[in-house]
Design a binder for this molecule. Sequence first.
Ligand SMILES: [Zn+2]
Length: 679
Amino acid sequence: MRFSKSCSFILLAASLAACSPSAPAEAPKPAAAPAAPVTPPADRKYLLERVDDASVVQLYADGFSALPLKEKTLIWHLYQAALAGRDIFIDQKHRNALEMRGVFEQIIAHPQGVDAATLTEIQRYAKLFWINNGPYNNLTAQKFVLACTPQAFAAAAKAAAASGATLTTPPGESLDAMLARLRPMFFDAKVDPIVTNKSPGAGKDILLSSANNLYDGVSTADLKGFTEKYGLNSRLAKRNGKLVEEVYRIDGIYGKYIAEIVKHLEAAKAFADPPMVKALDALVKFYRTGEVADREAYDIAWVQDKVSPVDTINGFIEVYLDPRGIKGGWEGLVFYVNQEKTARIKTLATNAQWFEDHMPWDAKYRKTSVQGIVANAIDVVVETGDSGPVTPIGINLPNDQAIREKYGSKSVALSNVTDAGNRATPGTMRSEFSWTPEEAGRSEKFAEFSGSLTTDMHEVIGHASGKQAEGKASPQELIKEQFSALEEGRADLVGLYFIADPKLVELGVVPAADQDAVVRAEYEGYTRNAIVQLRRVRQGTQIEEDHMRNRQMIVRWLMANTKAVEQRTRDGKTYLVMVDAKLFRDGIGKLLGEVQRIKSEGDYEGAKKLFETYGVHFDPKLRDEVVERVKKLDLPSYSAFVMPKLAPVMGADGTITDVTISYPMDLTAQMLEYSGVKK
Ligand SMILES: [Zn+2]
């Protein structure tokens, strides 16, 4: 599972507050001594460029250089394994995607003689394609097309070829024939219009209506009576009228990429600690056999490795691309634990019992023995396939529910991604919805800190807290469709309640001098969000998404039951203003007591009434106003990241003596390099 991949970074920290209530309550092993924090230069560049509604942001991994050589070398090999599988996901997106990329990348690398206007348009298209790993928008699943003529595009390809471009065509096909074959994909938005279509309308099939390459000529009806042996890692195809599974493994489809991945994973093992070696061995075995039992063994080995300071996610993982939710999109991530940021999580986890004893709810709903959920703050070095250049900000794996229940899961917060996303976000969003310049200033100064702190509390002491009343069944069962929003609201409330507690100063988590401003910034930002988030619901008058519901509910409840928040208007614009932090916190405590009672008692009607009254419905006129204001600010809807670049330093005897990190600051250069395109 992953969190908030699709949102822009406006409410990033709050969006991360989505996680697994069922994560393991295992005590953390002592971490290695944290390296000295690295202070990035103040004038560092984050936002590199805008491409339509996407922003392109440079990702930094500041702690990398200070890692021991063994860990750097391990990361280097895993980094190569992540790059080796990149093209798999592009091919999974659409059967023509790699061919299409082959054409425009050659034109961009050999632009001599290409008409300038045509080149500019090809560059725009190429960037969108790279960002989205194919010709479909990540947020909407809709196809985007080239806005020049097919003739101009063909002329550009020929000019590039004359300048030394290598335009590879399939055996027996001329360049003109290939361009004609690919023309509908490049130019016609109506051909294969949607990559993943879960609701195509009455009488239409979800598989036939989805343009991805996870299925070839297969409809849902074909699956009746068919036993799928390789759910996650196969393509289903009709071959000579027969339904077959084409398995993703070393001797199956994508075999050439998988062989390369395996080579690098094998090389990584010499630099990994025993628990990780076990996981890498299991992963290699799975890539060789493709068998479900081997995937399960890998999941278990991976989740049991809770101590490695370096980790990787490499394989067919998330199922969002498949309208059936079965087939895994390939992704590769490599990261190391950010010891400094993880230290705070561990402090909260260690003190989880103190927080439990001070929860503002009836003592009978308090656990007598509680352990905080353990999660790591990590810094990403590279993300490819389904996880890059557009990246999640939080990940909780494995997805296999049976393994989660028996062995637990690992949660990671991608802290350098969150940080870069925040820093690249223009301040205009804050000032537009802040009642005073002071409020906007507080947000700029403290919101990132307060947001990540409440997120940690949400995760570590929020979900882990509280217990059911005597004899009550599980709350999921009793509270049904209202449960997720209620539970996310409960965890948010825990964060909002304790951020104002002197205990945080005592624990060294918040500087005493800053606490008032931190609390204010958090409460103001949370309040503003109740209207700012409406921009995401462009149709209808109801909020569906659980996190959005819980945030709406909390602010609207406070408005109805306390004097902490006021709705004001000025120059025809609506504002939600947090006017009294003490009243706000008192209200949060009271609401948290009630939400816990609802959960502990399994009070379905109570939950439903709470959300129906405060969390679901909104005024469409207010939404229209917000959408209009956001539109004027011209903010990006999503962000893509340029990854750091690693390079080994070789000693005279052929061993690696160091691994350097640099920041390309250029999406085009990085993508051409990844594709191996030479200028
Ligand atoms: Zn959560």
